[in-house]
Design a protein around this ligand. Structure first.
Ligand code: C2E
Ligand code: MG
Ligand code: MG
Length: 665
């Protein structure tokens, strides 16, 4: 407005000047033309015209000036607005840059950091001034990370824009050379040579990842590598052997002897402590590069890496054995933890880690069988044995499924009359390929695999059914018993009494007609538990026989406390009565008199000759069995014998049928 007022004053002054000018011009003109009227009119007209034109011109100039001014003002406003906008935008992006939640930098083409946010400055350990425009961002990245990003190429923002958007994990190195795991993302800044990079601290995540990895490959109790990790180490060792023929390694499998005893007597927490202490003791005796792993339970395995000769691993195994001779102190008690070792030396023959572990295990097992605390080295025969056992287990399972087992029966006689009093059931396995298989070659596998339980169940059921048949043939004129063999592992199973009861009830037999033959060693396993189980069986009415008596180490006082009906003298003593009479006759006599003193009857097993029979008769041994009377026979033959017995009893008024007569037939 003020400007407009100003211009109108100028306009008016302009008009005055023009008017003044025109008047002067008129004055001169009049002087020149000396008062002609026409001339005056013309002059006035010209003056008016000039004034009019001048006025229009002035007006135009003024309006252009105003328009220009207005335009100028709008432009000025726009510039102001734009500047304001830019300032706001810059503020906005700066705030975002500062608060990305991650340490963020702008990297120039030459790798220089041109801008760093406070978080970056904080993690770098430098001041902002030291970082910005002074440092290359590569100063903060470990070599491995740089290789991941650029490979062999020269670092450039161009290469970074290729990885743009992707996460790259590497280690961040701060001023004090501390390292932390970070994840970096890059983005090229459009239309510039610069890139923006942001760093997220993932140390905690990495730590969690490390923990998860550790747990997946380590045993939680001992912190040792577990089977999975051991297999990985073994795989690498196998690969190394294939590449370098001079590289040798060996594997030792360790199993603590009678570890169960510690668990059962001192409790599981003591058992756990012993495992930890055991692992420590073994670890101490190994080199740094050797790997000790826990496979589970009380089973450990050692990988001896890069050894020179086979003797070395045997020496190590012996050193470990010696280390284990010292007791452990567990829960204030001294505990010994000897172990059995199986060693695999010729590892170059293997392609699979599992095969080495399997064979070391087989050797360890062999060490256990040969009397514990031993070191056994694996050889081919053991492998064949292991294969045979595996095959036998499969075959046994099939045989159980198909009901292939058969009971044979060996008569038991009263020695004074040679009359039949019962049968011992002896299992047979008519194998489809191998022919008749005897219990001596499969019972131990059945025991180890637990298959003895279904097998015994079958034997007992069959024996009860067969005895029922014979009793029916005898029509109550005579009573017979049936004896079944129960293996040591099965005897301690709580399910045994139920299985026996079921079998007896299914055939409606009174329990006293069933006898269980248990070996001395079976009865010695866990004295308290054995005593309890034996008493329960006895209370139910089943009778107990100690089989193979004389071969174990029964203490007499212990025997006295057991509810035993019969002692069965082992065959080895009977055969020696004639061949080596010196001590054996006395031993048998002592057993017979001991049994009688304890109120037990005696059975002599394996009577093969009339001489043996005569001597036993002389010793007042009540019962006997052996080839002299009859070998074990299939059910059909036992049926025939019982039928003869029934006929004889009918004819001679219930007098028992002497087996000697049957033999004579
Ligand atoms: P055992 O219970 O001591 O059985 C006696 C073994 O001596 C039987 O061998 C029998 O055939 C054999 N024998 C009998 N009389 C004579 C003889 O006069 N001379 C000779 N040389 N041998 C004689 P078998 O049938 O091979 O059984 C061997 C062992 O297998 C049995 O010894 C028993 O401990 C076990 N066994 C047999 N059947 C079963 C079963 O069903 N379950 C379990 N757990 N073990 C069984
Ligand atoms: Mg027997
Ligand atoms: Mg026997």
């Amino acid at each position: 407005m003020a400007a407009a007022g100003h211009s109108s004053v100028i306009d008016k002054a302009g008009l005055l000047i023009i008017g003044g000018g025109a008047s002067l011009f008129y004055f001169y003109f009049e002087v020149l033309l000396q008062g002609s009227h026409l001339t005056i009119f013309i002059t006035i007209g010209i003056i008016l015209l000039i004034s009019g034109c001048t006025q229009v011109l002035v007006n135009n100039i003024n309006s252009s000036k105003r328009a220009l001014q207005e335009m100028n003002e709008t432009l000025e406003q726009k510039v102001k607005d734009r500047t304001e906008e830019l300032r706001n935008s810059e503020l906005k992006y700066r705030t975002i840059f500062e608060n990305t939640g991650a340490a963020t930098i702008i990297i120039e083409k030459d790798m220089r950091i041109s801008l760093a946010n406070s978080q970056f400055v904080a993690i770098s350990g430098f001041s902002r001034r030291e970082v910005q425009n002074r440092k290359s961002w590569l100063d903060f990245i470990d070599d491995k990370g740089q290789r991941t990003l650029f490979g062999d190429e020269t670092p450039s923002t161009g290469a970074l824009s290729i990885v743009g958007g992707k996460y790259v994990g590497c280690q961040f190195i701060d001023k004090l050379e501390n390292r932390k795991d970070v994840l970096i993302t890059f983005a090229a800044i459009p239309e510039t040579d610069a890139s923006v990079a942001s760093f997220t601290d993932i140390s905690e995540l990495k730590e969690a990842e490390r923990q998860i990895y550790f747990q997946a490959f380590h045993d939680t109790l001992t912190q040792l590598p577990n089977r999975a990790l051991f297999v990985e180490h073994l795989t690498m060792a196998i690969k190394r052997t294939k590449r370098r023929p001079d590289y040798h390694f060996a594997v030792i499998y360790l199993d603590i002897d009678r570890f169960k005893l510690v668990n059962d007597s001192l409790g599981h927490s003591a058992g756990d402590d012993l495992l930890v202490a055991f692992a420590e003791r073994i670890r101490e005796s190994l080199r740094e590069i050797d790997i000790l792993a826990r496979l589970g339970g009380d089973e450990f395995v050692v990988l001896l890496e890069d050894i020179e000769a086979d003797d070395y691993s045997v020496a190590i195994a012996e050193r470990l054995q010696i280390a284990l001779r010292k007791p452990f102190r567990i829960h204030g008690k001294e505990v010994f933890a000897p172990a059995s070792f199986g060693v695999v030396l010729h590892t170059q023959d293997y392609d699979l880690p599992e095969a080495i572990i399997r064979d070391a295990d087989a050797a360890m097992y062999h060490a256990k069988e040969s009397g514990r605390s031993q070191v056994k080295i694996f050889d081919r025969t053991l492998h064949e044995k292991a294969l045979h056992l595996l095959q036998q287990e499969t075959d046994l399972r099939k045989a159980i499924h198909k009901g292939q087992f058969q009971n044979y029966y060996q008569p038991i006689v009263r020695l004074d009359t040679a009359a039949l009093v019962g049968f011992e059931a002896l299992i047979r396995w008519p194998h489809p390929q191998l022919g008749m298989v005897y219990p001596g070659s499969f019972i131990s596998t059945a025991e180890e695999t637990g298959l003895i339980i279904p097998i015994t169940r079958y034997t007992v059921e069959q024996a009860c059914r067969d005895l029922k048949d014979w009793l029916e043939i005898l029509e109550g004129n005579l009573e017979l018993t049936v004896s079944v063999n129960i293996s040591s592992r099965h005897f301690l199973q709580a399910s045994l009494l139920n299985d026996l009861r079921d079998a007896l009830e299914a055939s409606s037999l009174p329990p006293h007609l069933l006898k269980l033959e248990i070996t001395e060693t079976a009865l010695m396993v866990d004295s308290e538990e054995t005593m309890r189980l034996a008493q329960r069986l006895k209370d139910y009415g089943i009778r107990l026989v100690i089989d193979d008596f004389g071969t174990g180490y029964s203490s007499l006082s212990y025997l006295q406390r057991l509810p035993i009906d019969t002692l069965k003298i082992d065959r080895s003593f009977i055969s020696k009565i004639i061949d080596q009479p010196e001590n054996n006759r006395n031993i048998v006599e002592a057993i017979v008199s001991l049994a009688h003193k304890l109120g037990m009857t005696v059975v002599a097993e394996g009577i093969e000759t009339p001489d043996q029979y005569a001597i036993l008769l002389d010793m007042a041994c009540e019962l006997g069995q052996g080839y002299l009377f009859s070998p074990p026979v299939p059910k059909s033959q036992a049926d025939q014998l019982v039928q003869q017995l029934a006929r004889y009893a009918g004819e001679s008024g219930c007098v028992p049928y002497p087996l000697t007569t049957w033999l004579a037939n």
